[in-house]
Design a protein around this ligand. Sequence first.
Ligand SMILES: Cc1cc2nc3c(=O)[nH]c(=O)nc-3n(C[C@H](O)[C@H](O)[C@H](O)COP(=O)(O)O)c2cc1C
Length: 233
Amino acid sequence: MQPKAPERSPRNVNRAGKASSGKVAVASDFLDVASVDVVLSTTRSVRRKLDFDRAVPPEVIHDCVNLATQAPTGLGGENWRFMVVADPEKKRSLAALYKTVLTDLAKQRGIEVKATQQALVDRLHEIPAMIFVCTTADRPGTEVAGQVAYYGSILPAAWSLMLALRARNLGATWTTLLSARQEEVAAVLGMPPGVVQTVMLPVAYTKDARLKKADRLDAAQVTYWDSWGSDSP
Ligand SMILES: Cc1cc2nc3c(=O)[nH]c(=O)nc-3n(C[C@H](O)[C@H](O)[C@H](O)COP(=O)(O)O)c2cc1C
């Protein structure tokens, strides 16, 4: 993958417009590990317990994007672009498209749409912000290394964005349904050719949400040491 040169905005200007190095060293022993662990273990899909009436301020989204872009990116490409949609008409079009994709998929696969997914679909047009995590990197070929570099240069930022949102009591869901309709989404949002949309996060402040740790396989079941299948160090 050959990352395109990013269009850079000045890096060394802080939000107050003052010049700064932008690089503040933080000693690791001051980290509040317990809070970090809570965020890492309770960032869940939030589809229902959302405040659809409370706007999400643009500066909060900027703060979260500034954390998301601390994620790794292949060859320092920084081909990520974050498309935030707050316009009611555009949200309505995108929500309708999302509903079509979900309904068709459920029909094709003969499965029922889960209540929680239905709840999100029913109110998606009301969500305060949809954030499409996009990349302008050249598309990879079919070989594994190219795919790993391509998605590995964008999806870590998307997950960091979800974590940063969670830390600010903003709920989101990792959705990929709209990625099946790249051209239609691009038409709604005026995206030029070459932009690829990956996940779309519907974002709102949480309301009465009690986010819990998920039930996952234990580390000992999924970790090998020195030889594949060897589960003890
Ligand atoms: C690759 C991927 C694609 C997903 N796409 C969607 C989607 O389009 N819509 C949706 O409501 N949830 C989507 N999800 C979320 C899952 O349906 C599911 O809610 C989530 O993984 C459950 O985990 P959680 O409880 O830890 O959030 C997706 C998850 C993954 C990993």
